[in-house]
Design a binder for this molecule. Structure first.
Ligand code: ZN
Length: 60
């Protein structure tokens, strides 16, 4: 039997650690070919893949 920490039960689902519940992550925009790859200072919002944009921590 596993001992579980019985802290206060949270009714809300766990936030996704990758996007912190936002459902999207900021990705560094890369431009150019693979040879001449450079990062721009711009960041674009991308769908958080682990939670598929839901913002909830994936359950396993
Ligand atoms: Zn996420």
């Amino acid at each position: 039997m596993a001992t579980r920490k019985t802290t206060a039960r949270t009714p809300r689902p766990k936030k996704c650690p990758d996007c912190k519940g936002a459902g999207e992550i900021a990705e560094t925009v890369r431009v150019g070919s693979a040879r001449k790859l450079r990062e721009t200072r711009d960041r674009q919002a991308a769908l958080c893949l682990p939670c598929f944009g839901s913002g909830h921590a994936p359950t396993d």
